[in-house]
Design a protein around this ligand. Structure first.
Ligand SMILES: C[S@@+](CC[C@H](N)C(=O)[O-])C[C@H]1O[C@@H](n2cnc3c(N)ncnc32)[C@H](O)[C@@H]1O
Length: 221
């Protein structure tokens, strides 16, 4: 869902950027062991700083940020066209921002080496569909690294956000076929940092149908 004006104001604020650069990016983007020339996806790219940070931490051939809100996409394009001082040395020529729904990505299967997301799933009612779509577009062995708000184990909305619980998120990732490498909860805030890898499902004899991992022996209904 699109954000309210107040949320957009916050997402574009120096305070948000400060937290994203200082605390979230190191968790989400460092020590990933991803080789140079990687092709990366950012889900819900918002104001555009995430794509710059991906380029700062990784040696990317291409970074594609998607967002459902055309206003955010236009803002992100403007943001990287005149990068702030902290980002002046970061590449921008390999970044594309595309307006699309993360639950219906236009990219082919197995296209990306890695996918990232900073606090987006709680804005999407169909968040499980996004988890499955990212799985579909990742290469086997590809990394999905993200930070997310976990507001609780239910489908109730809180403050207009989708409530996602730790068990639900773990289940959604594993059902689709990821191996969870790490799942860290922050001490005082309902936020998690997750790293999940697209399993080599073929070695287990499974298949992927419509982005969903079908375990060996499990029928498609
Ligand atoms: C809280 S903002 C986070 C923006 C940015 N990642 C950040 O950390 O500042 C959530 C973003 O997700 C986008 N979004 C919401 N639903 C989406 C969907 N279905 N597909 C793609 N983007 C979506 C919103 O437009 C918004 O830019």
């Amino acid at each position: 869902m699109k954000m309210t004006r107040i949320e957009k104001f916050f997402v574009r604020s120096p305070l948000r950027l400060y937290f994203q650069r200082k605390f979230e990016a190191p968790w989400v983007l460092s020590n990933l062991n991803i080789g140079s020339g990687c092709v990366c996806l950012e889900i819900g790219c918002g104001h555009g700083a995430g794509a710059l940070l991906i380029n700062q931490y990784l040696d990317c051939k291409r970074v594609i940020g998607v967002d459902i809100d055309p206003d955010m996409i236009e803002g992100a394009k403007r943001y990287i066209s005149r990068p702030p001082r902290w980002a002046r040395d970061i590449r921008t020529d390999n970044i594309d921002f595309i307006c699309q729904d993360a639950a219906k990505l236009s990219f082919p299967d197995c296209y990306f080496d890695a996918a990232f997301l900073f606090g987006v799933l709680d804005h999407i009612t169909e968040w499980r569909g996004v988890v499955a779509e990212v799985f579909r577009v990742l290469k086997v062995g590809g990394m999905f690294s993200f930070e997310e708000f976990l507001l609780g184990e239910s489908s109730r909305n809180r403050w207009g956000h989708v409530s996602i619980g730790e068990a639900e998120l773990r289940d959604a990732l594993e059902t689709v076929g990821y191996s969870i490498q790490s799942f860290e909860m922050m001490k005082r805030l309902p936020r998690c940092f997750v790293r999940a890898v697209k399993d080599d499902y073929s070695s287990k004899g499974g298949v992927v149908e419509w982005g969903k991992y079908i375990y060996p022996g499990e029928g498609v209904t």
